[in-house]
Write a protein that binds this ligand. Structure first.
Ligand SMILES: [Zn+2]
Ligand SMILES: [Zn+2]
Length: 362
């Protein structure tokens, strides 16, 4: 077989990915009110979605057969085939559509996770093709599979978490927040609300992030994020669920208590998500005039350096002047880190290895 082993292994991963997506898509047809976004349902063309599902299942089967014959990742190929078979048994592309007309108060936006992935991948892969920092690094660098798994799991977890955090936050808001404070923030124009949310949230995130670096128990979780050794659009997805739970809870709940509108918070969250992808990208954007106001790839790349002399710098997620204020800013002119990852340690393994890492003997 004249195909490179890494390419064949990539086929095995894609077949498993498409297989899992096929099952999720068929399940979403059965229970659209719980697994898709009501606003997006109105704009879908059902026949086109069925055609995409059919093409995905055929492609997953073909790649799985090739990978089963010639790749070393036969387990993934089998997973791909099993998933596609289950999807066929559950109705395949001809699956009948569930009720779907009534809206559920709690739903997981599986469709948005996939659409978001397509949009983010298209935008940032193209940027990386034109403005690549590490020229030798391919679009699919080593470890992309585990980070793609983080991306999907974290997006689903994050969506559910934000929904669940709004409930107790609104309850607490009614019980303990002074009405005058809530009235003040909620009466501001939405742009000011978004900017203030960014400032307050980043202030909280700055100190939570710093605690994740300096408290050994918290570092057990956060080291997963720092184990990535090649920066790109997927690298920022490598976050432990415990990391997301703590950071999101401590930063989002106070914003609701202060009375900021749900609309303003819902505008801020996608901005934060886009910025998080951007600052991890393999992009040679120094943006020197902006890098003390808004976070840039170079600024955050230094946060991921494996150079022991420059660890524990640049904690802000959006606003680097917080690092200037608290004495942790580091971004030398024209100089980028030579390597990324944990100083003196390499963490290999799959998604489960990352998930269990905090609970293993260090
Ligand atoms: Zn960190
Ligand atoms: Zn990062």
């Amino acid at each position: 077989m004249l195909i490179r082993p890494s390419f064949l292994n990539g086929m095995a991963h894609i077949s498993a990915f498409l297989g899992v997506m096929s099952i999720l898509a068929v399940t979403a047809f059965h229970f659209p009110e719980y697994l898709t976004t009501s606003t997006l349902r109105d704009i879908y063309d059902e026949q086109q979605v069925r055609a995409i599902l059919f093409a995905g299942m055929v492609l997953a089967s073909l790649l799985a057969v090739i990978a089963l014959l010639w790749s070393s990742k036969k387990g993934l190929a089998v997973l791909g085939l099993v998933c596609v078979s289950l999807a066929w048994l559950a109705g395949g592309a001809d699956v009948s559509l569930g009720s779907g007309v009534r809206d559920s108060s709690f739903y997981i936006s599986l469709d948005w996770v996939l659409l978001d992935l397509v949009i983010i991948a298209t935008l940032f892969i193209n940027l990386e093709l034109f403005f690549r920092l590490k020229k030798k690094q391919g679009i699919l660098r080593s470890g992309w599979q585990v980070d793609l798994t983080h991306y999907i799991v974290n997006h689903i977890f994050n969506g559910g978490l934000v929904f669940l955090l709004f409930l107790p936050s609104h309850f607490l808001e009614e019980q303990i927040s002074p009405e005058a404070v809530q009235d003040f923030f909620s009466s501001l124009p939405i742009l000011y609300q978004v900017l203030l949310i960014m400032l307050f949230t980043d202030l909280v995130q700055y100190w939570v992030h710093r605690a994740f670096h300096h408290v050994p128990f918290l570092w057990r979780f956060h080291q997963v994020h720092h184990s990535v050794e090649k920066m790109d659009w997927l690298a920022g997805s490598r976050l432990h669920l415990g990391d997301i739970l703590v950071t999101r809870s401590l930063s989002l709940v106070p914003m609701v208590l202060l009375g900021f509108s749900t609309d303003a918070i819902n505008i801020y969250l996608p901005i934060l998500a886009l910025q998080s992808v951007f600052i991890h990208c393999n992009l040679k954007f120094e943006l020197a005039s902006l890098q003390k106001i808004i976070t840039t790839p170079k600024y955050h790349h230094w946060h991921h350096t494996s150079d022991r002399d420059h660890l524990d710098r640049n904690f802000a997620i959006s606003l680097p002047f917080l690092d200037l204020l608290f004495g942790t800013y580091y971004s030398p002119k024209g100089k980028w880190p030579e390597g990324y990852g944990l100083a003196g340690r390499h963490i290999k393994g799959n998604y489960l290895t990352h998930l269990l890492l905090p609970f293993r003997k260090q």
